[in-house]
Write a new protein. Structure first.
Length: 358
């Protein structure tokens, strides 16, 4: 029997077998994609309960970390966060201090990366320790316990989340279609934290963050819904859902007994913190608009009960790792003749769009 025609099949098989340990390790990691990991995406394993076991275990471990870190957070804020899944803290900084922060954030010209989703551009600049050396008001914010502690507790990690200057630019990408972040969705299968200290006022016209209050809670109905999603897994109609970020239809929302989303129209100097296991979205807007914020993001291994330590060295390594990863994605994309999903962009664009009335 000739071997040559079989070679591509053999090569594929060997490559697949080599990846099995990686796929297995990802079962106990943040990996969420049904599409990219055949173990997580196996409808047979998910029928047997693989996905829902991960969901329950991850929530249990996060609860334990919240308990271990309980002294960081006032009881009233904890209750609110458990009940609704988000916190809104207005007038967060004293007025003078906020004015200094605003001046720095608007004036900073660090490396800006852009992600385009539909017609929305998201611009982010890393607020790493190196950047903070030039930004005293941002450095004071990061050192401020009233900011640090709620972020650490909601993220259930002592290590600080990644910090960025973020500008969401609605309607600025040409011909991109619909922004997938404007559909209600959960980011992943376990509690994660995102936070914005808004530099801009965010009325309805600027596409505020919106959240389905109480959708952070792992109820029996939600667990059944997660089960159904996992069984369909790789066959779900939405590409983001196939990658582990499930979308919520109106019918699903009613079935889950959840209220309509609350649109968080907030004034500048408001801190919003959300558990993005709960359903959330960017509100729809017509026409171009922007919103500027100091943004924090934390997604760590939900199966690790150890809440970590807050060491400056680890913090520096985290940012160095992020920079390395982004540069590697740049090189790989360039080799394919394209750009990475988070690609470098011209910071002058900020001024151009403001002149255009953002
Ligand atoms: Fe999200």
């Amino acid at each position: 029997m000739p071997v040559r025609p079989l070679l591509p099949h053999i090569q594929r098989l060997v490559r697949g077998l080599a990846l099995v340990p990686v796929w297995l390790a990802q079962v106990f990691w943040v990996t969420k994609s049904f599409e990219r990991n055949p173990i997580l995406g196996s409808s047979t394993l998910n029928r047997l309960g693989l996905h829902v076991t991960r969901v329950v275990l991850a929530h249990g471990v996060t609860r334990l970390r919240w308990l271990l870190m309980a002294p960081l957070m006032p009881a009233a804020l904890k209750r609110q966060y458990f009940k609704d899944g988000y916190l809104v803290i207005p007038d967060f900084l004293p007025r003078d201090e906020f004015a200094r922060l605003e001046q720095e954030v608007r004036g900073y010209r660090g490396e800006v990366r852009e992600c385009i989703q539909g017609d929305t551009q998201t611009h982010r600049t890393l607020l790493d320790p190196h950047a903070l050396d030039d930004l005293p008001a941002c450095a004071r914010l990061v050192a401020n316990r009233a900011y640090r502690h709620p972020l650490q507790w909601t993220a259930s990690r002592f290590g600080l989340p990644m910090l960025f200057i973020e500008e969401v630019r609605n309607g600025f990408a040409q011909g991109g279609g619909e922004d997938p972040q404007k559909n209600l969705h959960a980011d992943t299968f376990h509690p994660t934290m995102k936070a914005w200290l808004f530099i801009d006022d965010v009325p309805a016209s600027r596409g505020p963050f919106s959240y389905v209050a109480g959708s952070n809670r792992l109820t029996w109905k939600r667990l059944c819904w997660q089960y159904q999603q996992s069984v369909r897994g790789r066959d779900l109609p939405d590409r983001y859902a196939r990658r582990g970020s499930p979308r919520l239809t109106e019918t699903d929302r009613e079935g889950l007994g959840l209220p309509p989303a609350t649109r968080l129209d907030v004034p500048r100097n408001t801190l919003v913190i959300a558990n993005t296991f709960g359903f959330h979205a960017r509100s729809a807007v017509t026409g171009p608009s922007t919103r500027l914020a100091v943004y924090a993001d934390s997604r760590t291994n939900p199966f690790n009960p150890w809440p970590g330590v807050d060491l400056p060295l680890f913090n520096r390594l985290k940012y160095a790792g992020m920079r390395y990863l982004r540069r590697r994605q740049d090189r790989r994309a360039a080799a394919r003749g394209t750009v990475a999903s988070w690609h470098l962009t011209n910071p002058r664009g900020n001024e151009d769009h403001k002149a255009a009335g953002g």
